[in-house]
Structure formats: C-alpha cells, structure tokens
Ligand binder design. Sequence first.
Ligand code: NIG
Length: 406
Amino acid sequence: VVDDGRTTPATAGTTVVDHIGLLVTNDPARGAGPLGVLHDAHLVLDGDRVVAVGTGPAPAADRRIDAGGRCVLPGFVDSHTHLVFAGDRSAEFAARMAGRPYEAGGIRTTVDATRAADDGRLRRSAARRRAEGRAAGITTVEIKSGYGLTSEHEARTLRLGRELTPETTFLGAHVVPAEYDGRADDYVELVCGPMLTACAPHARWVDAFCERGAFDVDQCRAVLDAGRRAGLGGRLHANQLGPGPGVRLAVELGCASVDHCTHLDDGDVAALAGSATVATLLPASDFSTRQPYPDARRLVDAGVTVALATNANPGSSHTTSMAFCIALAVREMRLTPDEAVWAATAGGAAALRRDDLGRLAPGCRADLVVLDAPDHVHLAYRPGVPLVSVTIEAGRVRFPGADAPD
Ligand code: NIG
C-alpha cells in the first residue's frame, strides 16, 4: 500500500483510496450479493466520513492511498469485550486444557487484581489491547465493566472505558463478589440502586450474566429493567455454559443483543428469529473454554441476525483477533466466509444499533481495513496470518504498530 505519510494526525481534507481490487461495502444496493461487492473500486473520504464509493478512475483528492489491487472491507465492529482489567489467568487456562471445566467463579480472580490496580496501570493495559485490536482491523469496540463489582470500581472501569469508546456497558451483574457470598439478592439491590446511579453517566448499555453460578432470570430482569429506567439500552450474556431462560428474556425485554448463545433449543431460535435482538456469537471463548460451538448455520437459516465478537477478556477469551473469530465461525460454526465477514462488520453494528458503522456507503463513518489479500475469504482461508496492512478509523490512517503505546 502506498501512502503519502505515516499515521495521519488529522482528518481534515479529502482522501481517496483507489485501485481496490475487491471492495466489500455491505451495501447490497451498491454491489453484488449481500456483501455489496465491487471490483476495481475506489472510496472517497472527507474527514471522518465516506462521501463516495465507485468503480474505475477515482476523482482528485487532497491525499491518496493506493490499495494496489488489494481487498478493502469495513472495519471490524467488536460488540463484546471486557478490555479494562488487570491480572493474568494463564494458569487457569492451562488447568482447563488439562481437563478442569470453565466456571463463572474465575471472574473473581480478575476482580481482585483489577481492584488492586491503579488508574494508570488499567488505562495503559486497556490502551495496549485497544491498539492491538486496531492493528488487526477493529475500528469500533464495545467495552464492559464487570471486574470492579463495587460502585466505585465499576464507575472507574466505565470512565476508563469511555476514554477508548462511547460504546460502554455497565456489567455490575457479572458475578456476585466474595463480600456478598450467600446474599445475591442484596448485591442485585446494590447493582440496581447506588451502583447504577454511579455508573449510568459513563455507560450507554446495561448487561447481566444470566447463568448458573452468576445470576438467575429474575435477578437479570431486575437489573435490565433498572438500567432501562436509567436510560441504558439492554444486552445480556446468556446460554454460554448450558441451556437456560436468558435468550428468551433478552428477546422479551427487547435487548439489542444476547451474547454467547452456545446452548440453544428450538424455542430460543424461534424467539430470536421473530425479534430485533441480535445473537452475538463469541467463538474464541468456546475455543478457550473447550465448549461446543454454537450452531450459527441454524441461526442464519432461521433468519436470526448474527454478529461475531472477540469477547476479549482474561478468563474465557484472551484475544483481540476478529480474524481468528471469523476463521472459527467458518470452520466450526458452519458460516460461509461471506456470512462470517458480514457478522464481524455489519452484524456487530446491528448489535450496537449503529447504522453509521459496518458499511462503506456515503454518510457512514470512514472505518475500513486494507487486507494484504485479494479478497475477504482469505481471513478464514489463511488462519493465524496477520493480513491487515492498514486500518483507517474515522478517516485516520493507522499502520499496524504505529500507535501502540509502550
Ligand atoms: O463473556 N461470561 C461471562 N463473562 C466473560 C468471562 C469473563 C471471565 O471469565 O473473566 C465472558 O466469557
């Protein structure tokens, strides 16, 4: 890729990206198939927006990026992460690979480490993970709290998360902290009361973990209802470790997304299919916890909107690679490469209810990835290979490694 400079500090003026061999627009009105594919294409960006998409010779602009025949696609929209945390759980991972099951209780290890870390340490490690994901093509990230579990620590996590993204999620109902052992309902009262009051100003979303070992359906309903009254949109972790009522609760409450969906019955699939709730699948956590994979094929065939996300966190999914998730979704969850790429871009945007993301069309945010490959299928076809050569986020050109903090 030829560029006029290195990472661009400003977004002023127009930029043309030309000589795009294959452009995924995710705009079926503009190109072939559901991905809206164009060949020999160009994009025109003005500041942080896309202003034109076309084929053939590109118009003049203030700066030019020559894609050299490579594939360009919308930046990945990672709609489920827990990026703000301290500590390491590699020993827990190793024990799991030796046969120990994954349990929700491991979250408490990260809670202890996160509470003990100062703001500077949390800020630096979260920024490093964000830079890692950006270098691998993630242009939008959602960040959840859930490793603080006091009003002060949850609000702090969200404040730090807000430095990296407007898509922050209050997850005070992640697990019951040790100091509330045997008093889960008292903890839920705290989450729905003073903790929510402290956290709502720093959050767009509210979430809860509906699972054995975490919170039951009534407790999750109370948290999501309280969050909604405080002006937050709903999302839910559900059906990760076993079947349960979480998916149907998320649909009933009109959540934007229900995440994991590893164990689904016919009723869950039917409920999702008739709803506006996105099923966000997190294959890297099924990989790292040796769970079965969700049947994404069945969901897509039933008409469910599916998103893919990394679920970056220290316990169940310590990765920031959306390409890895795409490869797993294709190999293990029976999505086609086209469906997996759509789920990691437009699907993530739908899970965040953002129509300015996940597509490359005039008016959308100028978020795109130049792959060192002729087409998007290579994301699954060449697993483990870092194919992203340039990420452009809100019009800013970022070369891998150029913005990684030390
Ligand atoms: O989405 N499921 C709950 N929360 C995280 C796991 C976090 C952890 O194990 O630390 C998840 O997988």
